[in-house]
Design a protein around this ligand. Sequence first.
Ligand code: PMV
Length: 310
Amino acid sequence: MKASAPGKIILFGEHAVVYGRPAIAVPVTQVSAQAEVSESSRPGIWIDASDVGLHAELSTLPADRPLAALVHNLLAALGHKPYPDLQITISSTIPIASGMGSGAAVSVAVARAMASALGFPISDEQVSAFAYEIEKLHHGTPSGIDNTVVTHSRPVFFVRGRPIETLDVGAPFTIVIGDTGVPAPTKEAVSDVHKLWESDQARWDAVFDEVGKVVQSARERIATGAWMELGPLMIQNHRLLQQLTVSSPALDRLVAAALEAGALGAKLSGGGRGGNMIALAGEGTTHAIAAALKSAGSPRVIIAPVPASA
Ligand code: PMV
């Protein structure tokens, strides 16, 4: 049984989303994670994930290693005892540790492929909940945005702890994603923001409120098809993220390069400190922006069209 799940990118609201403000994220279907689960003739439960150099039998792995924890959780919940002999093969084109949801996508693909191989129906809510448990191992205190977008594979307006709200997209637009090539330590960035917040809650709550307002305005513009007005909101969100200390010289350099090449707006995306930035391409500027990001040193640029809602 095979299953796949897309990558994701946050358009607005990262970090503040951990503190209850809304965020907007969209799936990135140009990259994906795949899982295949089949009954095996080898005894045990074998996990092969060549991309991360993992070839091991489940019982030999530390129980808190994310993939092992996921498979243990799934087997416990799916109620299979004794465990059947299984082969789980995982591959992914989603860049790791760059804020594109690779961990969540692997979890979602494995959960769906395991459930169908073992003959258990599984709801989207359950898939998302399994992925969320594993996100905690990756990130400490995740907001839940990654597993939500990746599971449902559609744009979302996300508020921590609330049921998923679909984001209406009134007209299609194009995002250019530029990787800094620097691994993004989301856990560290989230914990540093937490220290900042603890040092002066009133001050940083006000910054989170500003981010929340940006996200609300962006939602309206996306819904009404006024995406060409998103640029200033992206620039404002990037400035607020700089205040939160999660930008970096590499991110700022790519943001500046995109704006010089004609992007309507640009900002870092995800945990920051490294990982990706995004730029909004007006009509006919996509390739110029992509070229500018490459010449400013981005090792990988992805063009991600966001389609209008059906
Ligand atoms: O780096 P990413 O895309 O996984 O996103 C992290 C987003 C944060 O808001 C910083 C953390 C979170 O869990 O929402």
